[in-house]
Design a protein around this ligand. Structure first.
Ligand code: UDX
Length: 436
């Protein structure tokens, strides 16, 4: 099938590349010429494991192309994906100007039937707005479909190629048939393509992300309680997660969820519910708890240092909001950096992928190390903010030699408590006993 993907951000690029991989002809459009030129030369603008191999293979095979020319991209396309940003506007609600602007531009160019698919996470009712944009600008028939993505950064290629489910919101049989055909190669294992109306599909995305964010937050509160009552959250997590109805995934406590989706989507669902005069109370609580959880480590450190960290030197392992990504959006590490440096502490950070992004944003308030051990040089404590695999089994002997004090504040529960007792560290983690 001939496909156009408008927007070559994270979602657009993964979608375009994975659609090309199953034999479709994909043209990706972006307004940023420099970015398009780079992609034409085989440069991938984002870090996503496994994507580069597919990206290069499909460029070589001529199945994926890049252009700034919208007209050229959509001319032969039967399905057009809108993978454009929907950032929170000043009022906290998703800003639809990119999506609706593109809809209008496309409407003014098309001469034959197209399926217009909104891939971006958009508030309920957006498909109707996109449809209206077409009706106002063209007489050509289009079907507007909602097809939210459920990609996790770091495993997005796998998530696209083998999705748990594909959700498609459309009431048109013609569009349904085309979408069914397009996704058939990805659901051969029997996972469902679930068809529904557009509004249900739009809400599914927000409900799924908000539910997951709530699940994590619930466990973060359980972890906080564990610390007070002397229970171990690792045990509680296992005991709870073994119930099939609850499931063991997304129960890992930590220093709060971050990233480009959960914070934005929980807020958007809470706000849009209010528009319908519905007070979605649980979401307000989730946001509030998550905000304080991001600062949990700082709170613990302040207590340990009697509210005085001035002149202290801290090593920080992990900047990205989660492993296997360079994405630092809403990363808990950023809040920790701000609070500790404000209080006069010095921070030397190391992250396998996230350092460049933090350097651009906060380069003047912290230092960076070339590797995990270099960051520990003379450190009064180590803070762990992201659970990169490389941090899971470090050389504790080397760490001890470098650090000024054997103190670790671990926001991701990477180490076994008994081991830390044996090694003689002060070790403070989440929802478990502090060892000394
Ligand atoms: C999420 C959704 O999983 C995905 O379906 C959606 O399309 C986009 O948002 P992503 O933001 O890439 O994906 O990351 P995810 O792996 O879901 O983690 C989100 C946040 O939750 C991270 O900050 C992570 O550290 C945190 N998390 C996750 C926990 O704190 N505990 C857990 O058990 C799981």
């Amino acid at each position: 099938m001939n496909i156009a993907v408008i927007g070559t951000g994270y979602v657009g690029l993964v979608t375009g590349t994975c659609l090309a991989e199953t034999g479709n002809n994909v043209t990706c459009v972006d307004i940023v010429e420099e970015k398009v030129n780079k992609m034409k030369n085989g440069e991938l603008p984002i870090y996503e494991p496994g994507l580069d191999i597919l990206f290069h293979r499909n460029i070589e095979q001529g199945r994926i192309k890049f252009t700034t020319d919208l007209a050229e991209a959509i001319k032969d396309a039967v399905i057009i994906f809108l993978a454009l940003p929907t950032p929170p506007g000043g009022d906290g609600k998703a800003d639809l100007s990119y999506v609706l602007g593109a809809a209008k531009d496309i409407a003014n160019l098309i001469t034959d039937y197209k399926v217009i698919v909104t891939k971006s996470t958009v508030p309920v009712g957006t498909a109707d707005k996109v449809r209206a944009a077409f009706e106002e600008n063209t007489l050509v028939e289009v079907d507007v479909v909602s097809n939210p993505e459920f990609l996790r950064e770091g495993v997005a290629v796998d998530d696209f190629m083998k999705p748990d489910r594909v959700v498609v919101g459309t009431r048109s049989d013609r569009a349904k048939k085309l979408m069914e055909e397009l996704y058939a190669p990805y659901v051969r294992s029997g996972n469902p393509v679930i068809f529904m109306d557009e509004r249900s599909s739009e809400l599914t995305k927000y409900a799924a992300n908000s539910f997951l964010a709530t699940k994590i937050t619930f466990m973060n509160e359980v972890a906080n309680l564990c610390e007070l009552v002397g229970a171990d959250v690792d045990m509680v997590r296992r005991g709870v997660g073994a119930d099939d109805r609850i499931g063991k995934r997304f129960l890992f406590p930590g220093i709060g969820y971050g990233g480009s989706c959960f914070p934005k989507d929980v807020q958007a669902l809470a706000l849009s519910s209010k528009e319908y005069d519905y007070d979605f109370k649980i979401l307000d609580a989730v946001m509030e708890v998550n905000q304080s959880q991001k600062l949990k480590i700082v709170e613990k450190m302040m207590k340990y240092y009697n509210n005085d960290v001035k002149g202290k030197k801290f090593a920080l392992w992990g900047l990205a909001f989660k492993p296997e990504t360079d994405d630092i959006r809403e990363a808990p590490a950023l809040y920790i950096i701000d609070e500790l440096t404000k209080a006069g502490a010095e921070i030397v950070a190391y992250d396998p992928e996230g350092m460049e992004n933090v350097r651009k944003m906060k380069g003047d308030i912290l230092a960076f190390a070339d590797n995990a051990y270099e960051a520990l040089e003379g450190a009064d404590a180590l803070i762990i903010a992201t659970e990169w695999q490389a941090f899971r089994n470090p050389d504790f002997k080397q760490m001890e030699e470098k650090m000024a004090s054997k103190v670790i504040f671990d926001g991701r529960n990477l180490y076994d408590l008994h081991k830390m007792i044996d090694l003689g560290y002060y070790y403070n983690s989440i929802g478990r006993a502090t060892v000394n």
